[in-house]
Design a binder for this molecule. Structure first.
Ligand code: ADP
Ligand code: ADP
Ligand code: ZN
Length: 217
């Protein structure tokens, strides 16, 4: 299955994408994670992207489009993938469609996780991540077994730099501006599926399963 996750920062895209990836055995491709890895490694993409991530602004289309095309060309994407955080603009969506068509492929669904604004701030400020395995937790809603330590590798969890309140508002504003035309783009293609993200993590997962025609109870 070829899927795209949409939704504002903190909606739970990464959390759900991880679960879908495990259940369907397809790679979870997060452009945010890829960009953060590139920045840490100091490579060319990382040097181009750094200032944008720190300001909570979108990285230029051409940079992310190249990054995603390279990633989708790898063999592990042959049977499908789940994109998380891409596309973010109609320009990126068009580039993705062109690439898919060129390879005789198409998207099966775009899952749009809807969450009211006041819940988002709470989710983002409580978010903790493991820089080593990429696992995401929440201090209240998805706590690790040992406080502030990763279940997978026991290392200490950190808070993303851009999860500070200032960058959060920038990101929410950027999302509002970009998401409406993008949703319209996919709605017109008949593949947009709205998911109620204002429910506990497992319940959101079950709703996604239902939309994809699977029983994940
Ligand atoms: P969140 O879902 O919390 O907004 P992400 O990890 O998806 O966070 O993205 C973090 C940052 O990475 C964004 O604020 C933006 O700077 C950059 N980024 C990620 N994906 C894209 C994309 N498709 N286009 C442009 N910038 C992106
Ligand atoms: P996104 O990728 O959309 O930015 P995440 O998957 O990182 O969002 O989730 C943001 C934060 O909210 C994380 O700390 C995560 O553990 C928590 N979270 C995710 N889904 C839910 C949910 N349904 N209810 C409560 N908290 C959630
Ligand atoms: Zn870990």
């Amino acid at each position: 299955m070829r899927l795209v996750m949409m939704g504002p920062p903190g909606a739970g895209k990464g959390t759900q994408a991880q679960e879908i990836s495990r259940r369907l055995d397809i790679p979870h491709i997060s452009t945010g994670d890829m960009l953060r890895v590139a920045i840490r490694s100091g490579n060319e993409v990382g040097r181009k992207a750094k200032e944008y991530l720190e300001a909570g602004r979108l990285v230029p289309d051409e940079v992310v489009i190249e990054l995603v095309k390279d990633r989708l060309s790898r063999r592990d994407c042959d049977e499908g993938f789940i994109l998380d955080g891409f596309p973010r603009t109609v320009n990126q969506a068009t580039a993705l469609d062109e690439w898919l068509e060129g390879n005789g492929l198409r998207l099966d669904a775009v899952l749009d996780i809807e969450v009211p604004r006041d819940l988002l701030l709470e989710r983002i400020t409580g978010r903790r991540v493991c820089l080593f395995c990429g696992n995401t937790y929440h201090t209240v809603y998805n706590p690790p077994r040992v406080p502030e330590h990763c279940d997978g590798c026991s290392r200490e969890l950190t808070q993303r730099l851009d999860d500070k309140e200032f960058a959060v508002r920038e990101r929410l504003a950027a999302y509002d501006k970009q998401a409406a035309p993008l949703k319209e783009y996919y709605r017109r293609r008949g593949i947009l599926r709205e998911i109620n993200g204002a429910q506990p993590i497992e319940q959101v997962g079950r709703e996604i399963g239902k939309v994809l025609g699977r029983d994940w109870s």
